[in-house]
Write a protein that binds this ligand. Sequence first.
Ligand SMILES: *[C@@H]1O[C@H](CO)[C@@H](O)[C@H](O)[C@H]1NC(C)=O
Ligand SMILES: *[C@@H]1O[C@H](CO)[C@@H](O)[C@H](O)[C@H]1NC(C)=O
Ligand SMILES: *[C@@H]1O[C@H](CO)[C@@H](O)[C@H](O)[C@H]1NC(C)=O
Ligand SMILES: *[C@@H]1O[C@H](CO)[C@@H](O)[C@H](O)[C@H]1NC(C)=O
Ligand SMILES: *[C@@H]1O[C@H](CO)[C@@H](O)[C@H](O)[C@H]1NC(C)=O
Length: 341
Amino acid sequence: MLIHALCLAAASAVLVTSAPLSVGGPQPGETSYYSTYRGKVDAFPANVTKSARLPTLNGPPGDDDLLFQNLLSAEWAIYSFYQQGVARFNTSAFEEAGFPNTTYDRIAEIRDNEAGHLAIFQEAISSASTRPGACEYQYPYTDATSYLELGTLLEVSSMAFLTGLVLQAKLDVSKAALVAIAETESRHNTWSLMDVWRANPFAGPSDTIFPYANEILETTNLFIIPGSCPPENPPYPSPSQKLPFISNVGNATLEPGSQINVAFPDKSNQPKFVDGKDYYLVAFHGVNNASSPFDVKTGTAVIPADIEPHKGIIIFVIADCPGAPTLESVVAGPLIAPQYT
Ligand SMILES: *[C@@H]1O[C@H](CO)[C@@H](O)[C@H](O)[C@H]1NC(C)=O
Ligand SMILES: *[C@@H]1O[C@H](CO)[C@@H](O)[C@H](O)[C@H]1NC(C)=O
Ligand SMILES: *[C@@H]1O[C@H](CO)[C@@H](O)[C@H](O)[C@H]1NC(C)=O
Ligand SMILES: *[C@@H]1O[C@H](CO)[C@@H](O)[C@H](O)[C@H]1NC(C)=O
Ligand SMILES: *[C@@H]1O[C@H](CO)[C@@H](O)[C@H](O)[C@H]1NC(C)=O
């Protein structure tokens, strides 16, 4: 559906980019492959398209090529996380760690869904643009439990950056595809909250909208082994602000109304706070945001109290204006804090 609609949308303007883009193989939505493959080795299309694929047509890029290039690069990181889990663990590894005996099978099914996302995003990029390939990724997990914890964080992060990408999309069909992908990520996340963590999976009336999607995408660069990306890959994300990362160095649970202590762990990329200027902790939650003064000397702020507690996620940034109303007003971040209990 997506492919046909993109061809129609492109037809009037740039007929040449509506040539078939398929890399062949199982088609998402047409076969059960992207739900039922259970091999330990890479799923299609990761088994054949890890290199970048250069444009095969001259001409202007498709309207949402840049968006889908960014999203495909992010998807390589997410797909690879699940593929690593499938390769490394088995049913008993999760059972022995105290999780349900269905956990490994669900992880394999999520890996398959993510492979389907690779295929969908590759197709969504026109042949006038490079389709980015896979890098090598290293994730900070050590065992089955920390693996599942990181997986939950990746799912909530991807739901949040998809809301921001909708704001960037030019074609209506791209917006619908992004919502549909976010719904799939939300199902993955719901499964893990209920079955794995035995938590209430609800997030209040709305999950969090974060408008500056590329700032979240940038944080996935932390997982890339330096120098491992195909040299033909476009810069990722693009555009990029190269903002200093934030880490939470205080209380593990970030409760509305309590204090947050942050540090900027990358010594080579520290925020440049201007003397005498005011800075703010801006907390995005649901469809709103709330701000409080940020003390640049101590790295502390009080988390705004008017946020529904224990639901969904809060995304924090440091900004030079309350509400971080423009991209340029953000000076550090984001920090993603799940609130599920
Ligand atoms: C990749 O996976 C597809 C689908 O399972 C399979 O048909 C194909 O032979 C695989 N190719 C390679 C090179 O592994
Ligand atoms: C799971 O993996 C462990 C460790 O590699 C191995 O000892 C065990 O036999 C495997 N279990 C199954 C059911 O394959
Ligand atoms: C998985 O666990 C359920 C109960 O928790 C049990 O009924 C079922 O037989 C188990 N399945 C396997 C394959 O061990
Ligand atoms: C942790 O939260 C409590 C309660 O809000 C607060 O009093 C304390 O200062 C916080 N500690 C740190 C290190 O942020
Ligand atoms: C944050 O909320 C304020 C007040 O509603 C709004 O003006 C501002 O645009 C919001 N920020 C973003 C980035 O949406």
